[in-house]
Write a protein that binds this ligand. Structure first.
Ligand code: SAH
Length: 374
């Protein structure tokens, strides 16, 4: 027991209870795995390709629409390979229907949330990678309840599938469209659920009928800074964007804001991030929630600029979104502007993230998947 506790990295809380795995789904499997699964069910392998085309190209999981499959096998194949994984429990909208948050219930009663955001030039799905989160960042609503469990690859892909289908059906104001971007910035720490997240990224980005055909460059994986996992991701030769939730330029403050910093400190996290940037040629996004009188001092802007000077990095300032029970609030706009100016004057690319979805508790850090709230 003592040994198990020692092996548990700081901040990685164990799941509260051991649960059954989510049912297997087409999106968990690659093409070879799908063919093998279909053959195990006594069907010719090409039926796997037919099913894949329905799901990933035509965006349907309804056997009634699969008219190229014999009546007798449709329902059986769909029941085995397209089981319902997530049931929509509640939809909330704002921005005239162009921001939509869905509360999902999984097979075991776990709740997660995803958010679709339509902009003039892109459509972003913000997805959850875990039910809850074990990282315990004190300013984040998800972090307050702890980790329930990892999501399966297909549970992650299903969130994007739902967004893709809503866009394809014309349900989102602005006409028929496609999901162009996927950000792992919903509930959970994606790199603490590495293999499911990687499989999900591959399914989301593979061309149809293997996957959903979204460009790797449109996918962002956001992390608190799990260094071994960043290094592993670097070796995958993907061109997804990496975002690092830094929030402080000094370890003393980051220990409090991002508790896993006690395990991997800023220098090591940034070193891994620059390794990723070098391998992919892509700018790393440095996330920095602006918290009034906590991390928004001018000297911290200067210190951040020194850490990032000459690096392939871009700073995303996020005005702190309020979360229940938190004593913290967003920085004063003048203070935030000064912080931004100091970074910009040192040549650091910097933008301010909009607070899309805050009216429906769907903005960064507000996803709590509370089924009775709101
Ligand atoms: N666990 C991952 C991804 C989830 S959160 C990560 O930490 O990167 C996505 C971003 O929202 C992170 O940068 C996170 O720190 C930030 N965030 C969390 N709570 C927030 C809040 N209350 N206001 C603004 N941003 C917040």
């Amino acid at each position: 027991m003592a040994e198990a506790i020692e092996l548990m990295p700081i901040g990685l809380a164990p799941p509260r209870t051991r649960r059954a795995q989510p049912p297997r789904h087409l999106a968990d499997l690659d093409q070879a795995g799908r063919r093998a699964a279909v053959e195990d069910l006594g069907q010719p392998a090409f039926r796997a390709d037919q099913l894949s085309r329905h799901y990933f190209a035509r965006l349907t999981d309804d056997p009634a629409h699969m008219t190229d499959l014999p009546d007798s096998v449709r329902s059986a194949l769909a029941a085995e390979l397209l089981p319902p994984l997530l049931t929509s429990q509640r939809e909330q909208q704002c921005d005239s229907g162009t921001t939509r948050k869905t509360l999902w219930r999984a097979f075991d009663g776990a709740f997660i949330e995803s958010v679709l955001m339509r902009y003039p030039d892109r459509v972003t799905m913000c997805v959850s990678s875990q039910a809850g989160c074990g990282m315990a960042c004190p300013f984040c609503a998800t972090g307050q309840a702890g980790l329930t469990r990892n999501l399966s690859a297909a549970e992650i892909v299903t969130q994007v599938f739902a967004g893709a289908r809503a866009m394809a059906s014309g349900a989102v104001p602005g006409g028929v469209g496609r999901v162009s971007n996927v950000v792992f910035m919903g509930m959970g720490e994606p790199l603490a659920n590495y293999s499911s997240v990687l499989t999900a990224v591959r399914r989301i980005t593979a061309p149809p009928p293997e996957g959903l055909g979204i460009s790797q460059r449109g996918v962002t994986v956001s992390t608190v800074g799990l260094v071994p996992a960043i290094r592993r991701l670097t070796g995958e030769r993907l061109s997804v964007r990496l975002a690092v939730s830094l929030h402080a330029p000094d370890d003393e403050l980051r220990h409090d804001l991002v508790p896993v910093n006690r395990r991997w400190q800023i220098a090591e996290v940034l070193d891994a991030a620059w390794g990723y940037a070098a391998a992919t040629g892509r700018r790393v996004s440095i996330e920095y929630a602006m918290i009034r009188d906590i991390n928004d001092q001018a000297w911290r802007a200067d210190m951040l600029a020194s850490l990032l000077a000459g690096r392939l990095a871009h700073v995303n300032l996020i005005p702190l979104n309020p979360t229940p029970g938190s004593k913290w609030t967003a920085s004063d706009p003048d203070v935030a502007q000064e912080f931004l100016d100091r970074l910009a004057s040192r040549g650091i690319p910097v933008t301010v993230r909009d607070t899309r979805g805050d009216k429906i508790d769907g903005a960064c850090g507000q996803l709590a998947a509370a089924p009775l709230a709101g």
